[in-house]
Ligand binder design. Sequence first.
Ligand SMILES: Nc1nc2c(ncn2[C@@H]2O[C@H](COP(=O)(O)OP(=O)(O)OP(=O)(O)O)[C@@H](O)[C@H]2O)c(=O)[nH]1
Ligand SMILES: [Mg+2]
Length: 529
Amino acid sequence: MTTLDARLVALASAAELVRALGLSEEADAAAETVGRARERIGFAGDAYVLALAGGTGVGKSSVLNALAGRTVSAVRAVRPTTDQPIAWVADERRDELAPLLAWLGVGHVAGHADPTLSRVAILDLPDVDSVRTEHRALVDELLPRIDAIAWVVDPEKYDDERLHAYLRSLRPHADRLRFVLNKIDRVGARDRLALEADLAHRLAEAGIDAARIHVLSAATGDGVDELRAALAAEAGAKALVTAKLIADADAALERLGEALGIDPADPTAPLVPAERVAAAGRESVDGALVVIDPGGLARQVQAAALARARQSAGSLLGRVVSLIGWMTGQRRRSADPVGYLRDWRRRGSLGRVVNPVRVLLVEAATAVPPPSRPAVLRSLGANDLETTVARTLDGIARDAGPELRVPRPWIWPVAGVLQLVIGAVFLLAVAWYVTLFVAGGGVPVATVEAPVLGPLPLPLAMLAGSVAVSAILGWLLGLHAGWLGRRRGRRVADRVRSAIPAAVEEAGLRGLRRVEAARDAIAGARSTQ
Ligand SMILES: Nc1nc2c(ncn2[C@@H]2O[C@H](COP(=O)(O)OP(=O)(O)OP(=O)(O)O)[C@@H](O)[C@H]2O)c(=O)[nH]1
Ligand SMILES: [Mg+2]
């Protein structure tokens, strides 16, 4: 594949990437450049087309006539004069150039027999600053198809804004530009050099360095032979045409890059830095954790576990409290982890989850130039982000349901039996005291040897011991329930931490990834230029 072919293929695919992002005008312009280039290389022959362009009355037609040594194009005092392009070509190439000239829309063709200029077809164009807008439209339509341009200026008309606007657009083609400073007979010999230097300076300011300037007078013929000789000495026409089409393709690719905000100084820089994307993802997860509330969920599981533990492993007093809780509905309100998780919507809006991503996308869109912004923003669009996040949180609530149901570990019934035994010991001790009270102190009481305290009446030891052991058991159950709650809360938080980034990536960042991929592809194609 030649360099030009490779460029055209790259440009065509870049155009399609940009089109897929909704920038159809930019894509059309790039596709048009590809089409134009393919058409141009399709014409056989070894000649290039040079157009004499410039403002009205600068002497374009006169320069052509001076080169020809006869009147090829009419010169009149009425401005503008030329209203259709006229081609001046070597007789021997007329047939060969006919299809190319037809493609350019040039109907008037004059021939010559000068073999030194046989590889260039010279066009005299209408003016670019005409009061007749159709002249300008015609030239604007034609110029992109022209291989090389000789821009004609005169001492009065070489520094107007229109010229500079054209120069800016022609900058990529500086190598194939010539400048003809005509009507030099009107300037004194001393001012000529200064005028030429001034023109060169202004061209350099417009980005065209080392411009090729031909100072001449079409009226006196001064400098015309030098221009003819320079045109005859021009390098190979094929190379010139290829270089022109390559410059077109490169400029078109650059415009696509500009439309997507690619910074020429740092073409691989993303619209938003990766750290910003990661930070937005973290903020979304934090937002989701606020509405899911793993801490609150842990307390719910703990309360539910305690309630269940009280049923099967509680002390007598604990069972009474549990029964009251059940009868008053208190237990359902404070210990329904499944319901608590399912009702995450009550704890806040999804704004906390989706807003960080939306802010990020707006930030990304502002990194492209304003004309592309609306389309890029649409491409970045995360319209279904909120629904996807809601679906994800509902999914987490649903999937976590079974594991939020509090288990009944084997230790609870064992603890329950222990509590019953302790309760029995307690009751026995109480009954003992009642008996002692009724007997009025007539019954001897056994003692147990307690460390530090010395001998203790057995019923007192039973009473104190059962209360203490029951309290310790209750405390251990509480610890266990707290651990169960925290563990389940953590698991749900882990689910949020892994599912939310995936949802954000899928529904929030898909557009951004697509835009970044297109930018990378265009930056990559530009770097191989
Ligand atoms: N003094 C002098 N007059 C010139 C010279 N070249 C052209 N003229 C005059 O400038 C006027 C315009 O010349 P044209 O050749 O018709 O200019 P043009 O750029 O083709 O103008 P449009 O066709 O209207 O765009 C005519 O009156 C010419 O005689 C020159 O070198 N010196
Ligand atoms: Mg003319």
